[in-house]
Design a protein around this ligand. Structure first.
Ligand SMILES: CC(C)(COP(=O)(O)OP(=O)(O)OC[C@H]1O[C@@H](n2cnc3c(N)ncnc32)[C@H](O)[C@@H]1OP(=O)(O)O)[C@@H](O)C(=O)NCCC(=O)NCCSC(=O)c1cc(O)c2ccccc2c1O
Length: 143
């Protein structure tokens, strides 16, 4: 595993699937955000603390996904997460959803903007955020 990647594993549950037996498209974002939460905790920025303290709020301003192969109940999935871009006050995260045999099932990307308590965009990301995510900046997108 590339040290600039963070891995998160989950199994597709029955309630993740639609009437056709596939992971419903919207649920991909739930799993992407679960991976993101685990990543943020791993780099010392657990979302529960950020939200409780209220100083660092990072809502999503963009989310996208591509679906290459169906994921079905019981599939073991590894989400490979990397930081795609760090801007003045936002950063982009990419996610690669792989099955146990390495098949690429889906990719996703989210953009997180730092905002102030009043909801306005912050002047910039803090050094704490920048230092925590910089080791995972990967210019070759995992897609
Ligand atoms: C967030 C907003 C208040 C920003 O509004 P505003 O119009 O003032 O923004 P700007 O146009 O000036 O852009 C600022 C900045 O953002 C970049 N940006 C904006 N849109 C996009 C986009 N679609 N794609 C990419 N980038 C975008 C823009 O380029 C600028 O960046 P620069 O680097 O160039 O300066 C307003 O947009 C707003 O309120 N939006 C709604 C947000 C929302 O409701 N999101 C969905 C739910 S939030 C959520 O899921 C969530 C997840 C978390 O993980 C959290 C973690 C911690 C706390 C809270 C979380 C959270 O709420």
């Amino acid at each position: 595993m590339d040290p600039r990647h963070f891995a998160y594993a989950f199994s597709v549950r029955l309630h993740d699937t639609d009437a056709a037996g596939r992971l419903f498209f919207g649920h991909l974002f739930r799993h992407a955000h679960d991976a993101y939460e685990a990543f943020m905790a791993h780099v010392g920025l657990p979302l529960d603390r950020l939200i409780r303290e209220g100083e660092i709020l990072l809502p999503l301003v963009h989310a996208e996904a591509d679906y290459h192969r169906p994921l079905c109940q019981g599939d073991r999935v590894q989400v490979v997460l990397a930081i795609d871009e760090i801007r003045a006050r936002s950063f982009a995260v990419t996610y690669r959803f792989e099955t146990h045999d390495g098949t690429l099932a889906a990719t996703a990307k989210t953009v997180h903007l730092r905002i102030n308590r009043d909801g306005s965009p912050a002047a910039g990301l803090s050094d704490e955020i920048r230092d925590a995510i910089l080791p995972y900046l990967h210019e070759d997108r995992p897609q």
